[in-house]
Design a protein around this ligand. Sequence first.
Ligand SMILES: CC(=O)N[C@H]1[C@@H](OP(=O)(O)OP(=O)(O)OC[C@H]2O[C@@H](n3ccc(=O)[nH]c3=O)[C@H](O)[C@@H]2O)O[C@H](CO)[C@@H](O)[C@@H]1O
Ligand SMILES: C=C(OP(=O)(O)O)C(=O)O
Length: 417
Amino acid sequence: MDAFAIRGGRPLAGRTRVYGAKNAALPILAATVMVEGISVIQGVPNLEDVHVMIQILEALGADVVFERDEVRVDCRHLANTSVPADLMRRMRSSIFLMGPLLARFGEVVVSKPGGCVIGQRPIDYHLRGMRALGATIEEKHGYIRCTANRLYGSSITLDFPSVGATENLIMAAVLADGVTVIENAAREPEIVDLVAFLRKCGADIEGAGTPVIRVRGVHHLREAEHRIIPDRIVAGTLLIAGAATGGCVAVEGAVPEHLGAVLQKLRDAGIRVDVDGSVIAVDGRDGYKAMDVRTDPYPGFPTDLQAPLMAMLTTAAGTSVIRENVFEARFRHVNDLLRMGADITVDLRTAIVRGVPRLYGAAVEATDLRGGAALVIAGLMADGTTRIEGLHHIDRGYEQIDVYLRDLGADIARIRI
Ligand SMILES: CC(=O)N[C@H]1[C@@H](OP(=O)(O)OP(=O)(O)OC[C@H]2O[C@@H](n3ccc(=O)[nH]c3=O)[C@H](O)[C@@H]2O)O[C@H](CO)[C@@H](O)[C@@H]1O
Ligand SMILES: C=C(OP(=O)(O)O)C(=O)O
């Protein structure tokens, strides 16, 4: 088993480059099963979740080659429509196979997906939407079998703008008969990227990035090449780490508009933020103050950066109030931050963070992906040595985070324990 050993207290400094977004790459790789040809996807991050998605595609009968940051997926001879349960459990994004397989073959068997434990994370919107498109759904012994002779365009209104349900339903609707309208759709940049890929393949979709998405079904999808958008959550994590350590960090290759709410919050805390084209720089040398933050669907402050920002605010002057509006149980990192000397009280979806002068190194364990990133940031901020276990959670979403941070001057090592 691996752990990170971090000697904290060094301000990060320098330039780094962000890679492709996990949360865009995963649905796009799943969408390739609808293409009866070869899809070429570039800018794919080398992450555990991407490897699981490739294993799923191979189990379905696809030929997949992953070289450097390019994945070539040949789905001409796809034969299997059941996603193995052990792979389903490995990540939330396994559910993205539901829409595409149903669309292409009229049948799919999945089971409850895994992923970060940050709330109940049901899939009822996905299933309700598939039913609205004409699918029959049987749930037995933990398996979910969806079938349809044909899918038909329909009107679907989501109770909450779910990212995954919006993506799954767009994919199911792409090959359906007629027009599907998804209302209260999620607007995240990753959805816009999925739609950009599908449109290159010949799909007829309008409204991505707005709350109303219209999909007019087409007969088939053709081969296409696509480059994944940069990972706004990784970019945000590195910028927050830079500011939290009182350092100066520039992240290249980002899309600043995707980070609007995040950059605004950093500025609200008194951190200097400069944007020059695709380079975002933060300067935290003058320190920062407490502030209130609420997570919301895009374009609001992303829930995936709530934990990293909380780590930063543990030593801010004053009291911060953090409200988590997207997931009902996304504060599991708090216990370990307390172990490191933070002063935080949680009441359901609200965390009150009273700034303390400093954090202290401790032995802690990541229990989910972004909570793990928060512990890394806390370790970089803390006096003394922090040992972080549970690295598989962090590796699901950050490509060699230790290497990136070392390049910025951090004293972090991956050790075998
Ligand atoms: C692979 C991927 O892209 N993951 C992201 C995606 O997760 P994911 O797509 O799972 O998140 P959703 O947007 O679907 O979830 C938002 C809320 O809706 C609820 N819900 C969702 C679906 C459903 O059928 N029923 C239901 O009640 C969830 O429990 C949650 O409370 O968006 C989240 C919100 O930005 C991010 O934190 C995740 O990083
Ligand atoms: C929650 C996340 O991932 P997943 O939806 O794959 O669990 C995340 O990327 O922060």
